[in-house]
Write a protein that binds this ligand. Structure first.
Ligand SMILES: Cc1ncc(COP(=O)(O)O)c(C=O)c1O
Length: 359
């Protein structure tokens, strides 16, 4: 036997370089949480009832194939059921996508800054992240992303609209990009915030996936559907990508509560659309008020806004917290502020106004 009695288990040295995921700060009892892009509404009609009913059978494993939810999604998006792969939130499906395509020596390209899990899940797989800076107007630099492709590239994330900047890529630009990417590289269009889009020139990723075998789409129930706490998201991908996702997913990951609540929330789509419309209206109001205050904002198509504050970022986050709203700072870069309840948005606007006067 090798090793000594006082030696701990050997961990992969590559883990040392992986940043930890920083969740949005929780809010205390008397603060609003605008730090995690959550939905401020209570569960949609019928959702709580479905979850409570499923809770009566938690001594059983869930349906591993998530048959009912998969069929509902297939109908809803007019795709074959075999093209749907579910996971515990779209972040875990994103992780399975990386595990399915990339390992040591392989490269995964994404814009930066973008969703903070991308570098983490890439390095967990042992692959190398290739971060391509956003343009000066906070958008994906698709030409630079194309230029970053090498023989080692296996996967490209395109976050549309982008977290944390909210900027969306329009059809002509995205199609040109897709057409230029070699067909043996998987392009993942992460549409976590799709429901909040109002720019009609932004294409639906599902339309792009249909005749492109190397394109797949990520969606989630965590944002517009308000099920962040239940953890359910999915990919729509061609074979053999969808099959690979089912192989690399944690078995029985999506609980029956999550599956049944997701089905119920799909059935409550009319109520969902009303809520999403109200949040989009709030986004418009907040963006207009910020512009009035003198902030120069990139246009957000998601349920948050982005203030590029540079070295004032942490000061702003502290001022917001003191006023009763928790925002998401990225030190040295900016703050992302979720569109929440009207009262919370109003506090944020008053902090922004006072801060603006100091700049
Ligand atoms: C762009 C993007 N993709 C995926 C996710 C993951 O969401 P979930 O795992 O809750 O589905 C998030 C969450 O913040 C996100 O911003």
């Amino acid at each position: 036997m090798s090793g000594t009695a006082d030696q701990g288990p050997r961990l992969r040295p590559s883990l040392d370089g992986i940043p930890s995921y920083k969740p949005g700060k929780p809010a205390g009892a008397d603060a609003f949480k605008l730090s995690s892009n959550e939905n401020p509404y209570e569960p949609l009609p019928g959702v709580l009832e479905a979850a409570v009913a499923a809770a009566g059978a938690i001594n059983r494993y869930p349906d591993m194939a998530a048959t009912e939810l998969t069929e509902e999604l297939a109908k809803r998006f007019d795709v074959p059921a075999e093209h749907i792969a579910l996971g515990t939130g779209s972040v875990s499906v994103a992780q399975s996508l990386v595990l399915s395509t990339a390992g040591p020596g392989d490269e995964v390209i994404f814009a930066w800054r973008s969703f903070e899990a991308y570098p983490i899940i890439t390095q967990v797989a042992g692959a190398t992240p290739v971060q391509v800076p956003l343009t000066a107007d906070e958008a994906h630099d698709l030409d630079a992303m194309l230029a970053a492709i090498t023989p080692h590239t296996r996967l490209i994330f395109v976050c549309n609209p982008n977290n944390p900047t909210g900027v969306a890529i329009r059809r002509a630009e995205l199609e040109r990009f897709m057409d230029a990417v070699p067909s043996d590289i998987l392009v993942v269009v992460d549409e976590a915030y799709r429901e909040f889009l109002r720019d009609e020139q932004v294409p639906d990723g599902i339309g792009l996936y249909r005749d492109r075998p190397n394109v797949c789409v990520l969606r989630t129930f965590s944002k517009a559907y308000g099920l962040a706490g239940l953890r359910v998201g999915f990919a729509i991908a061609h074979e053999p990508v969808a099959t690979a996702l089912r192989k690399t997913a944690v078995p029985f990951g999506v609980s029956q509560l999550a599956q049944d609540a997701a089905v119920a929330s799909l059935h409550a789509e009319d109520a969902l659309l009303v809520r999403v419309a109200a949040l989009v209206e709030e986004r418009t109001r907040v963006a207009a008020a910020l512009a009035e205050q003198g902030w120069e904002l990139a246009e957000s198509q998601a349920n948050f806004v982005w203030l590029r504050l540079g070295d004032r970022t942490m000061d702003f986050a502290a001022a917001a917290a003191a006023a009763g709203v928790i925002v998401r700072p990225f030190p040295g870069e900016g703050v992302r502020v979720t569109i929440g309840e009207t009262a919370a948005n109003d506090i944020f606007l008053s902090v922004a106004q006072a801060f603006r006067a100091e700049l």
